[in-house]
Design a protein around this ligand. Structure first.
Ligand code: ZN
Ligand code: ZN
Length: 210
């Protein structure tokens, strides 16, 4: 269902909630067709994080817009083991004098192998990032991002790369993972093979005293 577009009179339309599609008018007359601030564009299924930010480039400094995303799968083209799953989050893009400031907060999952018990498990990840897409090279940051001429930015590399940075160096299926029995290889989270007690701890001999 298409929401009706509210006509906004006077000069105070910037104070309206930004998630409304806004048609700028003055005293009941539309000023110009190019003053229409467009609704969030429908995402391209092949590039679901690609956005047309032209309306933000032409907005006044201080204007911002939030974009919500849910992606069942965010694959890495080079390495399939780095596929992020159930990715969801929000990106706020703010127009600044220097460029578009992109602030993201995401969460998702990745399948990892536990370093102790060697079983696969889903690791929950949470990540945030802030990057500036500069308008000109004078304002470019270390990340080297510029607003392209066609005003389409693809946030996928940013979202994915910052997510992958959150992968723990020593993945554990759970904090108290018991690991594998060094004697028979049994996953001790699933079953106690009985071998472990003999060399479990330097104090294990103490239990014979009780
Ligand atoms: Zn484990
Ligand atoms: Zn064992």
């Amino acid at each position: 269902m298409q929401p009706s577009i509210p006509a906004v009179f006077g000069r105070n339309f910037c104070s309206l909630p930004v998630d409304l599609p806004i048609r700028a008018c003055y005293n009941g007359r539309r000023l110009a067709p190019n003053l229409t601030i467009e609704e969030t564009p429908v995402p391209n299924p092949r590039k679901p994080l690609r956005l047309n930010v032209g309306f933000l480039v032409s907005a006044a400094a201080g204007y911002h817009r939030d974009f919500d995303f849910y992606l069942p799968k965010l694959a890495d083209e080079e390495d399939e083991t780095l596929t992020l799953l159930e990715v969801q989050g929000r990106v706020r893009i703010s127009r600044t004098p220097q460029g578009l400031l992109v602030e993201g907060a995401f969460e998702g999952e990745i399948q990892l192998e536990c370093v102790r018990c060697l079983s696969d498990y889903p690791q929950h990840l949470h990540w945030e990032f802030t990057e500036l897409y500069a308008f000109t090279r004078d304002n470019i940051t270390d990340s080297g991002l510029l607003v392209p001429e066609d005003a389409h930015i693809d946030l996928q590399p940013l979202v994915r790369d910052f997510g992958l940075l959150e992968i723990p160096i020593k993945p554990l299926c759970r904090a108290d993972c018991k690991g594998l029995c060094p004697e028979c290889g049994q996953n001790l989270n699933l079953r106690d093979c009985g071998h472990r007690a003999a060399f479990d701890s330097p104090f294990s001999a103490l239990k014979d005293l009780f």
